[in-house]
Each structure stands twice: as C-alpha cells, then as structure tokens.
Design a protein around this ligand. Structure first.
Ligand SMILES: [Zn+2]
Length: 301
C-alpha cells in the first residue's frame, strides 16, 4: 500500500539564505527537523541525511515574467505547461482555458477515475457554498479541479468535527471573522489531517496564508503564516500513517524574499517525506508533480 498527501503552499519559493529570507530569520523547527537541521533554502538542496528529500522545481516554465497562481497551480494539478499554453503567467483564478484544462487533465479527477479514494481536505465557509451553487464568483484551481472531479467540498461543521481542515490551519482567522470554531494547535491540525489521509489514497490540502502575508509585506503576518505552517509540517511525520508519501510544494515564490513585494523568480521546493521519497528524486519542474503522483500510486507499490 501507499498513499500520498500533497500539501500545496501558495507563494513559498526556495531562495538563497540571507537576512531578507524569513525562512532563515523566523524559527522553523518543523522544516529543519526534516532537513537535518538546515533551513528551507536553496543552499540546503543536496544536504544528505535528513528524513526528507528537497528538490528545487522550476516554476517559470520557459515563459517570461514572474510566475503566477492560476497558471502555476494549473501546471501543478495537471502536469501541463499552463503558462506556455496561454503564452503568459496568469494571476489569481483560472480563466476558461485553464478551467477546461483542469476539467480534462486535473489530478483529482484522473485519480478518482482510476479508482483511487481522493479527498480535498480543505473546509469552506458558508458563502463559498452559495457562490458555488450560483456560480457567482471566481474559484481557485484546486476548487475547480475538485469540482470537475465531482468530489465533495467540506464545510466548517466538518472542520469543527475534525473531518476537514480550514485553510488557516488553526481556525484563528475564522474566529476573527466571527465563526465559532474551536482554536486548535498546528499539531492538532496535523493529527486531524492524518486521520483523513489514513482513509484515502490521495489527500490534497491547500495553504495560502504564506502568499497573502508575503504580499502584505508585514513581517508579523509573515512570521505567523510560517509559524502555523511550520508547526503543522513538523507534526505530520509522527501523525501520518507509515505508508504515506508527503509532498509539499508551491506554485511560485514570494515569502522567501522580503526585498520583493510580490512573486519571485526562484524555484519552488518539492519537500518529499516518506519511505518512498527517492521515487520522486527526478522532479525538476512543477509540471512533473502530477505525472509523478499518478505513476507512483499506479505502479510504485
Ligand atoms: Zn500571490
């Protein structure tokens, strides 16, 4: 048996170390515990001995300009060069062409079609469900991929009951917005996600506070976004079923360079943990992620 947990983190690049890189200046014991004590920076690539494999993935895909979310996420979730297809990097939400691509080649739908048990672990607030029913707002690539896979979306009731995870990890943002959920620690969030992982072949979780915080340029928001992610990631290895392959990756850089208030041209990390991590050692670009997961779940075990 094997199962995959994909943690998609928006705006987390793999950049050089320096006092401009919060992955050096903020405490990240969780990341470091997977990387022999080293930080999540470009210099750590190739350091032997840690329980995780760290690879730099190209996010530019041969297209000029800074990588963006819609094309980057579509590339991650389909294995196709979405930016090349459009001839540019597209910000934010997928357009019709990218929606069609996600409908035809989305990882979630393809895995489901192959008979795998698939879950998009994120929980959503009530306004999401009314907008989804009416089609009245823009949706991210992960949402579109899940929609076309005809898979369910989880509610805040699911999150409160531990059957799903809200995108802020700890419910603190929800609480600020007036939703009466119990605040949980990043470690508890990891334990809850591990519960979902244990009953599925493929689990996807999306975290985007990294990109939002980095766009704000506010160091306190950046440190808080990293604190939650780091605590969550650091707790996952103890919580996950032993046959899990954990792959954390991103669509483009942002938070790793405070000198730039926007997306960077850095590669993004593929941080791969699990007994079979070397299966993924040849990943070189974000377009390699979907084919590798499909191949691993089909043939790798
Ligand atoms: Zn962004």
């Amino acid at each position: 048996m094997a199962r995959v947990l994909m943690v998609f983190v928006d705006g987390l690049g793999l950049g050089p170390g320096g006092d401009f890189n919060p992955l050096i200046t903020a405490p990240t014991p969780g990341f470091r515990s997977l990387l022999s004590g080293f930080p999540l920076t470009l210099e750590t690539v190739g350091s032997p001995g840690g329980p995780a494999l760290l690879l730099p993935l190209d996010a530019s895909l041969g297209v000029a300009g800074a990588p963006q979310s819609a094309t980057g996420q579509a590339a991650l979730l389909t294995g196709e060069n979405a930016a090349g297809l459009l001839g540019r990097h597209l910000k934010g939400f997928p357009n019709r062409a990218l929606k069609d691509l996600l409908k035809e080649k989305g990882l979630l739908g393809r895995l489901k079609g192959l008979g795998f048990k698939v879950v998009f672990a994120n929980a959503f607030r009530p306004p999401f469900f009314s907008a989804l029913a009416k089609g009245t707002r823009f949706f991210s690539c992960t949402t579109v991929a899940n929609y076309y896979a005809r898979l369910p979306f989880h509610s805040l009731e699911d999150a409160e009951a531990g059957r799903a995870l809200y995108a802020d990890i700890t419910h603190e943002n929800l609480k600020e917005q007036g939703y009466p959920l119990t605040i949980i620690s990043p470690g508890e969030a990891a334990a809850r996600l591990a519960g979902l992982v244990s009953t599925h072949d493929f689990t996807l979780f999306e975290y985007f506070l990294t990109d939002l915080a980095a766009h704000s340029g506010d160091i306190n928001k950046i440190r808080e976004a990293l604190r939650r992610l780091d605590g969550f990631l650091g707790a996952l290895p103890q919580a996950l079923p032993a046959d899990t392959l954990l792959l954390l990756t991103s669509d483009h850089g942002n938070i790793e360079d405070m000198r730039v208030r926007g997306h960077t041209h850095n590669p993004v990390p593929a941080l791969v943990w699990g007994a079979d991590r070397m299966y993924f050692r040849e990943l070189t670009a974000i377009t390699d992620v979907t084919p590798a997961i499909l191949e691993y779940l089909t043939w790798g075990n």
